[in-house]
Design a protein. Structure first.
Length: 333
């Protein structure tokens, strides 16, 4: 008599929900739902989602892997719409090694950002001097938020507003996001509409926060950059009738070659015994600082004050130094 016995191992992988409905989500924001994948079999189950079917609006993570026998795995299913659409859908299959394929239907509605809720953040600083402001973000949820803010500016403004590309807000907490305004040019005055009055023409930008709960925050950024402050005061004591060369560093605020005019304005009455010489025009390569040479010669003793200004020809942007030079009697007989 012969007895034959054996054991059959089966793979039974299931999704606890076969539909992920997200409702309304602001365009360029995102919302994540957890879908549980359970292995009711008695062997490890390997799976792989068809990533090519995700499209540009949905993502499943992890998109491949395995689930141990009698265990569960939480899948992060994310809806991140890139266009406004009332009905975005995606049906994606998951291949299970040695078992039956699974299917998940994902759907959501993408809505535009409500511009009536746009907030404003104002900046005011001296040109080429950074100014930072913070935006407080509150997180009412039980999970940490990892946000990827995006800052955009108009072509006229240039890249004057900056901020971190990744920002974390703790669960049930808040965090401050820092925006830095670093203007390379002064703001201009323009006439108001239907008026002779003048007003500032702001440097403008936007910062967009796509929140993980499917909503979003939008801030308008406005900056005013006033005239520059002195690059410094140069104080020197020299002898009469002996020339003195000053080497002055001209900063760079552009990455291209710029043409500058140099000009000096003497305080008080013009002294015919005072001679100041230097190049009236020069070119700055935009790399590092330019060393400008100024020659000073006074035949008489006294105290002289003057301002040395460097003005960029094309834009009118400028910087300047203050000079105070005391001239003493020559030590030579």
């Amino acid at each position: 008599m012969c007895t034959v016995s054996g054991v059959a191992h089966g793979i039974e992988l299931r999704l606890m929900d076969e539909v992920a409905a997200f409702g309304s989500v602001v365009v360029d924001s995102r919302l994540t739902k957890l879908i549980q994948m359970s292995n009711f079999g008695d062997v490890k189950a390997n799976f792989a989602w068809d990533k090519s079917a995700f499209g540009k609006h949905f993502t499943i993570s992890p998109d491949h892997g395995y689930v141990n026998p009698n265990a569960n795995l939480d899948l992060e299913v994310t809806f991140h719409p890139r266009q406004v659409d009332n009905d975005l859908r995606c049906k994606v299959s998951c291949q299970v090694q040695g078992g039956e394929a699974l299917t998940l239907n994902m759907m959501g509605k993408s809505i535009p950002q409500d511009t009536s809720e746009t907030k404003e953040l104002m900046f005011s600083t001296i040109v080429r001097k950074d100014k930072s402001e913070v935006i407080k973000i509150d997180n009412p949820e039980d999970r940490e938020w990892a946000i990827n803010p995006s800052i955009s500016t108009s072509s006229e403004t240039g890249d004057y507003f900056k901020g971190a590309t990744t920002f974390v807000v703790p669960a049930k907490g808040s965090a401050n996001y820092e925006v830095t305004y670093c203007p390379k040019a002064m703001t201009q005055k323009v006439k108001k509409a239907d008026s002779e009055d003048m007003e500032d023409k702001y440097h403008q930008g936007n910062v967009f926060f796509p929140l993980p709960n499917g909503t979003a925050l939008l801030y308008t950024l406005k900056g005013i950059a006033t005239a520059p402050q002195s690059e410094g005061t140069i104080t020197e004591t020299v002898e009469a009738k002996k020339p003195k060369n000053f080497i002055v560093k001209v900063p760079s605020w552009s990455n291209k070659t710029q043409a500058f005019n140099a000009n000096w304005e003497i305080e008080g009455e013009l002294d015919p015994a005072l001679f100041i010489r230097g190049a009236k025009t020069f070119y700055h390569s935009g790399v590092n600082e330019y060393e400008y040479k100024l020659n000073f010669l006074a035949l008489h003793t006294g105290s002289y004050k003057f301002v040395l200004t460097f003005k960029e020809k094309e834009t009118g942007e400028y910087c300047f130094y203050n000079f105070t030079v005391t001239v003493e009697e020559s030590k030579e007989v």
